[in-house]
Design a protein around this ligand. Structure first.
Ligand SMILES: [Zn+2]
Length: 236
């Protein structure tokens, strides 16, 4: 894997780097069409998701780059096939990906309960004028390890990094049991409405991170942790 941009964790999540880093890579080598698509998509996202102009799901084709742009393999790899999500075999997702884009590994390898719940929620949110896009879903062990190494470089120690980035052994993303959604519009909508789908906020400091709790739809979500350091599941 080649990573050419420095690690940046603008949000203190184990969970966010793929999109922003991917976008930067797109800007470096993608076609002008893709560049324009990313620019428009980013701009509209930054304007906020509750605006009337943001009621349609973005057209994903406009932001796709060649597999070689995505840093997902060494040079000389054979071309990826769509069937196994190999354009992004490590789980990195392009901006604009939704729960319906199951051809991508980051979506297709989510646990079925989570994926089905997120698809239902995405549909209903869309009816309410809110786009639910997925920044990150399932991740490979290699991608999670890369994110952890990036965080160690940024925070200066493995101990400090571990407050923000789960290990490949414990990450709920690696097991396909967590998604990070894009933007306040989506996270606010899911925080308010997600429980009826079994979609629950897990960490108060990561408002974009949701997991599936089968019992939530009939009861309610478990109390979220203040942050991942309080989550015994992550002490692997
Ligand atoms: Zn997450």
């Amino acid at each position: 894997m080649t990573l050419t941009s420095p690690p940046r964790h603008q949000r203190t999540d184990d969970d966010q780097p793929p999109r922003r880093r991917g976008v930067r890579r797109l800007l470096g080598g993608a076609s002008l069409v893709a560049l324009a698509g990313v620019g428009v998509a980013l701009f509209s996202a930054q304007l906020g998701e509750t605006t009337a102009s943001h009621t349609e799901l973005p057209v994903q084709d406009t932001v796709l780059a060649e597999p070689s742009e995505l840093g997902t393999g060494e040079s000389g790899d054979s071309p990826a096939s769509e069937a196994d999500g190999a354009e992004n075999p490590d789980g990195r997702l392009q901006f604009g990906t939704t729960a319906f884009d199951t051809e991508y590994a980051g979506i297709g390898k989510l646990s079925p309960g989570l994926r089905d719940a997120l698809q239902a929620a995405t549909r209903d949110a869309q009816s309410a004028g809110v786009s639910v896009m997925v920044n990150s879903g399932w991740r490979s062990v290699e991608l999670q390890e890369q994110l952890l190494q990036d965080a160690v470089a940024e925070y200066g120690s493995k101990e400090e990094a571990s407050r923000w980035v789960a290990s490949p052994e414990t990450s709920l993303h690696v097991s396909g049991d967590a998604v990070d959604v894009e933007g306040n519009g989506a996270s606010d909508w899911l925080a308010t409405n997600g429980a009826s789908y079994g979609l629950c906020l897990t960490y108060l400091n990561e408002p974009w991170h949701f997991e599936y709790q089968a019992a939530a739809s009939t009861n309610e979500c478990a109390q979220p942790y203040a942050d991942p350091t309080h989550d015994s599941r992550l002490r692997g």
